[in-house]
Structures are given as C-alpha cells and as structure tokens.
Design a protein around this ligand. Structure first.
Ligand SMILES: [Zn+2]
Length: 115
C-alpha cells in the first residue's frame, strides 16, 4: 500500500465520520423534539383529566362506588407545577419556555424560581 492509498483511505474515513456525526446530531435533535412534544402532551393530558374530573364531580354519581377508574390527582399551585417542570428538565423561563434543558441549569429559570 503506497502513501496515496493511505491518504485516500484516511480521507474516506474522515468523510464517513463527518456523515456519522451529522446523523448523530440530527438524531439528537429529533430526540429533543420528541421529549418536548411528550411533555406538552403530558401537560395537556393532565389538564384534560382535571377538566374531566370537574365535569364528573358536577354530574350526580349513579353508578356503584369502586367501578370508576381512579383519576390521577392534580397538583395545586402554579409555581409548584413550574418547579416540577424545571426538575423534569424543561425550561420555565420566558426565554426558552417549554424547551428541554440540554445544558444543565438555566440562570433565567433559576432567577424566575427565586422570585
Ligand atoms: Zn430557562
């Protein structure tokens, strides 16, 4: 194998690694988007369950107790919800609200929580 072959091979390898890196970045971006969507859907689900529970409580219960599906308890205060959202890895600041925190703590979020 002469020098030309080796350099040609290295060049080829570099290109393949570049492509693999681009694939990895694209994949990471998709995972982030999916996690964000998942969080949005969870929140929506929680809110819908809350509305459902309220509607349910307004209508007189005629069925036998214990046959109904248990309703997931909804938590109270808005700040608690935001703090929990932050703990789950999402931004609650007005700069990146709802986006996944990929770089650890966010100073905007932290200053918001301290208020
Ligand atoms: Zn933030």
């Amino acid at each position: 194998m002469d020098k030309q072959d080796i350099f040609a091979q290295i060049h080829q390898l570099e290109e393949q690694m570049g492509m693999a890196y681009a694939d990895l970045s694209a994949l990471k971006q998709r995972v982030i988007l999916l996690l964000e969507e998942n969080q949005r859907l969870s929140i929506e689900n929680q809110q819908l369950r809350k509305v459902l529970k309220e509607v349910d409580e307004e209508t007189p219960v005629t069925e036998v107790a214990g046959t109904k599906e248990p309703v997931v308890p909804t938590s109270g205060g808005g700040i608690d919800n935001l703090a929990r959202l932050y703990q789950e890895g999402f931004h609650i600041c007005n700069v990146y609200y709802g986006h996944l925190r990929t770089e650890g703590d966010c100073l905007f979020c932290l200053s918001f929580l301290k208020k």
